[in-house]
Design a protein around this ligand. Structure first.
Ligand code: ATP
Length: 565
């Protein structure tokens, strides 16, 4: 222990006293031994060289939260201190962290050197501090465990994102940390304590030491493979809370029916139905429940495709159509034909066979969509329809396809300001009543988050939206195709073949399939490849990446296989 001249009485000295007590109980290991031990143990969050260990133990350097936790954990583990002294390392670390926090604040000139707690250098255990703002709250054990697993493993993040939504967390700070972890994951960045703390500090106003709080989450360290288990518990509790709130809301509405002329029983039923369906559908089922169904599908496929056919031979052969649960991003420059392609997928799903599809059209009217579908099915030039310059043979062709188009179970919404929660509710309802098979969103940049979830800046909102879409695709076991415009001319994109890095990282990371759409003649009319369009399958989580060439027939508002021109 350093002398009082070197480290005067106060929080730092108290921290050192407790740390030394552990160091002695661990059998006074050498500095190099500690340093190597920290390096070799994967479960320890930080490494330290032997000089740094010396400086910390001699009071010459105040450790960071992560260093302090690492050192204490290693000493406890290696020295078998728990069983020798009967002390609980979690309690000790919580105590050390409070001393460290007080010493740190003192160094910054915020507080006196004393810890606001009754304690002594003898290492007697202390009581919980009363200063709530600097306190590390240890509440919501499951939430802390999930976050701890996510901090340790990217696989755990991938597991949890399919189960939990931000609003499932009851603690606001945990919501924010969860958001930050998902952002780091979406951006493909390292999920470290420092990165997480930095991001948390940059967009939240919590009056806590972020790094300290996040470090203490690792005290909950559980096997990351347990992440789903904890996530299920949180999700279940959140669902219980939502059901309770729904019950209260409907009861309140029912009571005010007598005095409010704008309310009737149908309104109550609508609220109940919409919210209940969305809750029922969100319940994830164990994978075992669907194994038999999967095998049935494989058997039934017998060489044909398992998913919803895209209508393009090569794509269907290589990707097996659009598979249930897949999130597909179709990206391309403006005017490249994304909306046309989205409608092609809808037509192929619903016109030839009565499979239900849902088109979220946030930029085209219902009339424009009907025209495009009729043009493509009947091979009547779209400009004839738009201008009213229809010839007799055009009418004859239209008449031929009208019955099948009119009967096609294509559902559609064209609502400005449409939100992801509305989308989820609509899809749940369509899935329950109409056996929905495919969802196409035109386009993702026009979809909104609900006000309560709005993240302020565009990138964050997009990341939240895309992971919600992925979750929805998995929950409903449907392929969800989202169109996304890329490449502003001002960025020098024009004319270039699109690449995966042209789309935001969050799209790349959360999508199962990314199709980049490119037509050379969109930029160069005289191109030798005029009329050709490339589907560049640049990411494919469950299959190969490849490029397939199709024909763009803009006058018929459609793409077709090359041999069908
Ligand atoms: N009558 C026509 N004959 C030939 N091509 C046409 C005709 N009408 C439209 N097009 C072409 O179709 C393309 C527009 O397709 P679409 O609306 O699907 O593109 P997009 O990628 O969704 O565009 P944006 O992102 O701007 O909405 C344009 O390249 C346009 O030139």
């Amino acid at each position: 222990m350093p002398s009082e001249t070197e480290v005067p009485p106060g929080a730092h000295r108290k921290m050192l006293a407790a740390l030394h007590e552990t160091y002695v109980a661990a059998g006074r290991p050498g500095l190099r031994q500690i340093s190597v031990g920290l390096k070799d143990d994967d479960s320890i969050p930080a490494t330290l060289n032997y000089q740094a260990v010396g400086k910390i133990l001699n009071g010459k350097q105040l450790p960071s939260p992560r260093q302090l936790i690492s050192l204490t954990l290693w000493l406890h583990k290696e020295g078998n201190v728990d069983s020798k002294t009967g002390s609980d390392y979690k309690e000790l670390i919580a105590q050390l962290m409070q001393f460290r926090e007080a010493a740190h604040r003192h160094q910054l000139g915020i507080e006196s050197p004393e810890v606001p707690l009754a304690s002594a250098e003898t290492g007697r255990r202390i009581q919980a501090p009363r200063n709530a703002q600097s306190t590390v709250k240890m509440e919501n054990a499951n939430e802390r465990k999930v976050l701890s697993c996510m901090l340790q493993s990217k696989d755990a993040i991938a597991d949890v994102v399919e189960i939990l939504r931000v609003s499932d967390f009851s603690n606001d700070l945990h919501k924010e940390i969860y958001n930050v972890l998902l952002e780091l994951y979406a951006e493909g960045r390292e999920v470290s304590i420092e990165e997480t703390a930095n991001k948390l500090n940059s967009h939240s106003n919590f009056d806590i030491d972020s790094e300290q709080y996040i470090s203490t989450l690792l005290l909950e360290a559980d096997n990351p493979s347990e992440a789903s288990h904890h996530a299920e518990i949180i999700s279940d509790n959140a669902l219980g809370t939502r059901i309770g709130a729904l019950g209260r809301k409907v009861a309140e509405m029912a009571e005010s029916m007598e005095t409010r002329s704008d309310l009737n029983a149908q309104n109550l039923l609508d609220v109940l139905e919409g919210e209940l369906f969305s809750m029922v559908r969100e319940r994830s089922t164990p994978i075992g429940d669907s194994l038999e169904e999967t095998l049935d599908e494989v058997e039934a496929a017998g060489g044909s495709i398992i998913g919803v056919p895209s209508g393009f031979r090569d794509f269907d052969a290589l990707n097996s159509g659009f598979r249930p649960g897949e999130l597909v991003i179709v990206a391309g420059a403006s005017g490249m034909g994304k909306s046309t392609l989205g409608l092609d997928f809808i037509r192929r799903c619903s016109v030839a066979q009565p499979r239900s599809s849902f088109l979220v059209s946030l930029q085209m009217s219902r009339v424009e969509i009907n025209m495009r579908i009729l043009s493509a099915e009947a091979r009547v030039a779209i400009h004839h329809m738009r201008s009213g310059a229809m010839r007799d043979e055009d009418w004859t062709r239209l008449a031929g396809v009208m019955p099948s188009v009119a009967a096609a179970p294509i559902y559609m919404v064209e609502e400005p300001g449409y939100t992801i929660n509305q989308l989820r509710a609509s899809c749940s309802r369509l899935e329950a009543f109409h056996d929905l098979k495919l969802v196409v969103i035109d386009s993702l940049d026009l979809l909104y988050l609900d006000a309560s979830e709005s993240a302020g800046d565009h990138d964050r909102s997009l990341a939240i939206m895309v992971r919600e879409l992925r979750k929805m695709a998995k929950e409903l076991n449907l392929p969800v195709i989202a169109l996304y415009p890329v490449g502003r001319i001002s960025t020098g994109y024009r004319g270039r073949r699109p690449e995966l890095h042209d789309i935001p990282d969050c799209l790349e990371n959360f999508a199962d399939v990314v199709i980049l759409l490119h037509r050379e003649d969109a930029y160069e009319r005289e191109s030798p490849r005029a009329g050709e369009a490339d589907f560049i399958v640049a990411k494919n989580r469950n299959g190969p990446t490849f490029v397939t060439t199709t024909a763009f027939q803009g006058h018929y508002a459609r793409f077709v296989d090359m041999d069908k021109t």
